[in-house]
Design a binder for this molecule. Structure first.
Ligand code: PRX
Length: 638
């Protein structure tokens, strides 16, 4: 790609240019893509206005850039390399021609179900190539995809389907992860039982398990595509037309639908992939995320395909059939760039070095980390054992809302420092603010991480509620995008991300709002009130500690039964991934006289810091702290 940076000096120059002449900087990059009609302006609006638009009036389709553009030169090169859950099953390879044909065919099939430009389609699927095909097919025909991670419960899926008002849901009979199978179609059935929007359900056969196929509504993928042409011209989209909605948790209320659009998202995902991973033609790149999260959207599907790369997709889990599986896959497919989450690194670290060292990892060139702060010990292990002290680590900081990587080293070019994400990507201007919105100019001081200028793949809105988007990201510090993270900058200008400063917990790199978990727990019979906080967890980064007040009538149940009931409530509303690690039943919560819970006390208790609670004089009942401490001492983490 002509925009690939090749030295640290070139990076510094590019960053400087992006600040001095941002429109020119982004125009040159955007013009390396194929536009059906050229854009009239690079950027319109700023953070203080209702909307920021990029590449306005340009007509484009991201799939024309991710597929068609490569066909003249890469028709037979592998686009998707798929590794199944079971290592004894065969790998699948889809060339750019095959991926393009199958995307077009499925696009035509979706049209035959009545899906039109602008319609929303929810995908609740396992990590199969069909998931990528379905994503691309939606984009191809101008439909808006909303992928829901296949570990979410029926209730969570239903909430997202309703919010998006989805016309079609695409799923599979079952998903496979390690030795477990999950009944995906049955979950969809439960989720849409009362839906007035969903007209059709498309079901990929993965395990061949029986599932209920109501006639006129459910149809198998293979039956649906039969007879459809593999020619489907890309729908011309306005640069600002919706590409996808991805739901993510915030500190208040229900998850919000983060909206990204064709033009700006395409430019930024393509640009960052090439530069951060320093991808070279012929390399095999592997990101272990799930397409259900933003990392999978930007760096399994769109970023790599926009660059004509070979992207590996893995259906399974790191520990099946044994904790050497990741490394076995790296050796088998000669992976060059490997991108994973600190939680996976920490859990594999616990299995020792033998599962790594028994595989030949000499193909690796760049290692990546994403989703949460990587602690120094995990960084060192990743660097020394996996990367054999040869491979640079790119610690990539970004968010669902940012669409692409914002702060990160560029593989092999940038100086690196354990636990530091490093320098901003060209075009990105991070600043640290104090709680009053004043910029912190000194170094080595923690501040609120904000972004000073718009960038192409920034969140456009929260679906159906623009006010919420403005209030969450743009109104707290006028003129800035507020990330919700705290960070420090060192004397060299490198950023270290400390973690969330709001009521969001990051469990194994997945975001959950405390309010969302609390409202699930409050559904438990007998629960009157609850408060949830995060605590440091060796593997998951953060664990979930729930404090729950019970109604006296529930006292006849055993603690185990009560705990199980609360866990079940969370599994029901959100899914197993959000289950509390500890549930502490309490008689009261530390509230101020105005009724506000003093979460800082709960956090200290959950962290096992039982002394020095600071000023507790504003508490309605200061003695409740002693009870919390004695209760916490008796708890064990599950
Ligand atoms: O707190 C930051 C953390 O993950 C949050 C974003 O979560 P999500 O939207 O689910 O996206 C995750 C994948 C991009 C951020 O607000 N986070 C993400 N990457 C890092 C990180 N924290 C520290 N270092 C990172 N590299």
């Amino acid at each position: 790609m002509s925009f690939q940076i090749r030295s640290f000096e070139a990076y510094q120059k590019a960053w400087g240019k992006s600040q001095d002449t941002p429109d020119e900087f982004w125009r040159d990059i955007a013009n390396t893509f194929d536009w059906m009609e050229p854009f009239s302006s690079v950027k319109t609006g700023n953070f203080q206005e209702e909307h920021v638009r990029w590449f306005e009036d340009g007509k484009v389709n991201i799939t024309a850039n991710a597929l068609d553009r490569h066909l003249p030169t890469k028709a037979h090169e592998t686009a998707i390399l798929w590794e199944p859950n079971d290592p004894n099953e065969s790998t699948r390879k889809l060339s750019y021609t095959e991926l393009s044909d199958q995307t077009c065919q499925f696009g035509n099939a979706l049209k035959s179900l009545g899906v039109k430009k602008g319609d929303r389609v929810v995908l609740y699927m396992p990590m199969t190539p069909e998931l990528a095909i379905a994503v691309l097919a939606c984009a191809r025909i101008g439909a808006v995809h909303s992928v829901v991670f296949a570990g979410f419960s029926a209730q969570a899926l239903a909430d997202r389907i309703e919010d998006a008002q989805a016309k079609v849901v695409i799923t599979a009979d079952e998903g496979r992860r390690g030795i477990k199978t999950t009944p995906l179609k049955a979950t969809v059935d439960a989720a849409i039982a009362n839906s007035t929007f969903v007209e059709s359900v498309v079901v990929q056969k993965v395990t061949g398990a029986d599932c209920q196929m109501e006639s006129g509504k459910s149809i198998y993928w293979h039956d649906l595509i039969a007879g459809h042409s593999t020619i489907c011209p890309p729908e011309p989209m306005d640069s600002e037309d919706l590409l996808f909605i991805l739901y993510t948790s915030g500190s208040t209320g229900k998850p919000k639908g983060v909206v990204h659009v064709h033009g700006g998202y395409m430019v930024y995902a393509g640009y960052t992939f090439s530069n951060v991973f320093q991808y070279e033609p012929g390399d095999v790149y592997w990101c272990t995320a799930d397409v259900g999260w933003i990392t999978g959207h930007s760096y399994i599907i769109y970023g790599p395909l926009l660059n004509g790369a070979t992207t590996l997709m893995f259906e399974g889990i790191p520990t099946y059939p044994d904790p050497g599986r990741f490394w076995e896959i790296c050796a088998k497919h000669q992976v060059n760039q490997f991108y994973t989450a600190p939680t996976a690194i920490r859990s594999l670290m616990a299995a020792g070095t033998e599962p790594v060292l028994r595989h030949d990892l000499s193909s690796l060139k760049v290692l990546g980390s994403v989703g949460e702060p990587i602690n120094e010990e995990a960084w060192q292990w990743y660097h020394d054992i996996v990367g054999q002290k040869r491979c640079p680590i790119v610690d990539t900081w970004w968010q669902t809302e940012t669409g692409g990587i914002m702060i990160s080293g560029l593989g092999g070019l940038s100086p690196q420092k354990p636990a530091h994400a490093g320098y901003p990507i060209p075009g990105i201007h991070p600043v640290l603010l104090d709680p009053n919105g004043q910029e912190i100019k000194e170094n080595n001081v923690e501040g609120l991480l904000c972004i000073a200028h718009p960038w192409p793949s920034m969140i456009r809105t929260t679906y159906g509620d623009h006010e919420r988007c403005r209030n969450t990201y743009f109104n707290p510090f006028p003129g800035h995008y507020f990330t919700g993270d705290g960070a420090k900058r060192d004397e060299h200008g490198m950023y270290r991300i400390i973690g969330r400063v709001d009521d969001v917990i990051n469990v194994s790199g997945h975001r959950f709002g405390t309010a969302e978990i609390e409202s699930a727990i409050n559904e438990t019979a007998g629960a009157i009130e609850s408060a949830v906080v995060g605590f440091p967890h060796d593997i998951k980064g953060q664990g979930i500690h729930a404090f729950v007040i019970l109604d006296a009538k529930s006292i006849h149940l055993t603690v185990d039964q009560l705990e199980q009931a609360a866990q079940n409530a969370v599994i029901h509303s959100i899914g197993k991934i959000a289950c509390p690690d500890r549930i502490q039943f309490v008689t009261s919560l530390p509230k101020t006289r105005s009724g506000k819970i003093m979460r800082r006390i709960l956090r200290k208790v959950a962290e096992g810091e039982f002394e020095s609670f600071g000023d507790t004089s504003t508490l309605l009942d200061p003695t409740c702290v002693d009870l919390l401490v004695s209760g916490a001492k008796q708890l064990k983490t599950k």
